[in-house]
Write a protein that binds this ligand. Structure first.
Ligand code: C2E
Ligand code: CA
Ligand code: CA
Ligand code: CA
Length: 282
C-alpha cells in the first residue's frame, strides 16, 4: 500500500514536469517562428586555426537567438526543437544565406581567404531542395564554393548512410567541402566512412578535454588513432574544444592539422571578429 502511494505520487510529479516541459517546448517553437520573422536570430563566428602556421583559416557559423523576454536561448536547446519540425530548414536556410553573404563580402573587402563552415542537421540532408539552395546561395553571394565547408554530425551520417552518401556526393559536385562533426560520438565504422566524399574530420571535444587531464593516456591513444585513420583516408583533422595550451602542444605532436576552441577564440559577432575594438594603451 505504501509503495503504491509513493509510486502514484512520483507518477504525478513526472506528469506535471513532463507537461511543463512540453508546454515550454511548444511555446519556444512558436517563439522561434517569430524569431525568424523578427530578426532575433544572429550568427556568431568562431575561428578555426591552423596548428602549424597559427593562422585563422576558417570560421564556423554558430546560431544565436536573443529571445525578447528569456534572453539568450542556447542552440543546444532550440536546434533540437527546430529539428522536430520543418523549422530547421528555415533556420538552416537563414544560416546559409546570412553567413555566405557576410563572408563573401569580407573576403572581397579585406582581401582575406578565410573559409566558412556551416552546420547541417540530418533533417536538412533529407530536404530535396538542399542542394539547390546551396547552389543558389553560392551563385547569388559569389562565394567561392571551395571556401564553404558543410559540417554534418557523425550520428546524422550513420542514421541513413546510403541516402546521406547520395546528398553528399551532389554537394561535393558543387565544389564545397564536407566535414564530419563530433567524430567519435556516433559509433560509425571505418567501413561506413571511407566511401563518403568527406574532406575533414572534427574530433569531438570530449576526447580533446581528456588531453589536458592528469591521466590523459587513454584520450591521447584515442586521438592518436583518429588522426592516423583520418590521415590515411586523406582527411584534414580539426580538434574541437581546445581550451588549454598543453592541449595545443599535444595536438601538434600528434599531427593534428587544425584546432578550434576557447583557447584560440570564443564565438563572437561578425563585427567583433573582423573589426575588433582596439583599446588604446593595451
Ligand atoms: P558544434 O557544431 O559541435 O559546435 C561547437 C560548440 O562547442 C559550440 O556550441 C561552441 O560554442 C562550443 N565550443 C567551442 N569551443 C569550445 C571550448 O573550447 N570549450 C567548450 N566547452 N565549448 C566550446 P554552441 O554554439 O552552443 O552550439 C552547440 C551546437 O548547436 C553545435 O555544436 C551544433 O551542433 C548546433 N548548432 C549551432 N548552430 C547551428 C546551426 O546553424 N545549424 C545546426 N544544424 N546546428 C547548429
Ligand atoms: Ca560544428
Ligand atoms: Ca562539433
Ligand atoms: Ca556538438
Amino acid at each position: 500500500y505504501q509503495a503504491k502511494t509513493r509510486g502514484r505520487g512520483r507518477y504525478e510529479f513526472f506528469d506535471v514536469e513532463l507537461r511543463q516541459r512540453i508546454q515550454r517546448e511548444l511555446r519556444l517553437e512558436q517563439d522561434l517562428r517569430e524569431a525568424l520573422r523578427d530578426g532575433q536570430l544572429w550568427v556568431a563566428y568562431q575561428p578555426v586555426v591552423d596548428l602549424r602556421s597559427g593562422r585563422t583559416v576558417a570560421v564556423e557559423g554558430l546560431m544565436r537567438w536573443q529571445h525578447p523576454t528569456q534572453g539568450a536561448v542556447p542552440p543546444g536547446e532550440f536546434i533540437p526543437l527546430a529539428e522536430e519540425s520543418d523549422l530547421i530548414n528555415h533556420v538552416g536556410d537563414y544560416m546559409l544565406r546570412t553567413t555566405t553573404a557576410e563572408i563573401a563580402a569580407r573576403r572581397r573587402r579585406n582581401g582575406i581567404d578565410t573559409r566558412l563552415t556551416v552546420n547541417l542537421s540530418a533533417r536538412q540532408l533529407d530536404d530535396a531542395t538542399l542542394v539547390d539552395t546551396v547552389r543558389e546561395t553560392l551563385r547569388t553571394t559569389g562565394l567561392d564554393p571551395g571556401a564553404l565547408c558543410l559540417e554534418i554530425t557523425e550520428s546524422a551520417l550513420v542514421r541513413e548512410p546510403d541516402a546521406a552518401a547520395e546528398v553528399l556526393t551532389q554537394l561535393r559536385a558543387l565544389g564545397v567541402r564536407l566535414a564530419i562533426d563530433d567524430f567519435g560520438t556516433g559509433y560509425s565504422s571505418l567501413a561506413q566512412l571511407w566511401r563518403l566524399p568527406l574532406d575533414t574530420l572534427k574530433i569531438d571535444r570530449s576526447f580533446v578535454a581528456g588531453l589536458g587531464a592528469d591521466d590523459h593516456k587513454d584520450a591521447e591513444a584515442i586521438v592518436t588513432s583518429i588522426v592516423r585513420m583520418a590521415h590515411a583516408l586523406g582527411l584534414t583533422v580539426i580538434a574541437e574544444g581546445v581550451e588549454h595550451e598543453r592541449q595545443v602542444t599535444i595536438l601538434r605532436e600528434l599531427g593534428c592539422d587544425q584546432a578550434q576552441g576557447y583557447y584560440f577564440g570564443k564565438p563572437v559577432s561578425r563585427e567583433e571578429l573582423f573589426d575588433p575594438v582596439v583599446h588604446p594603451g593595451r
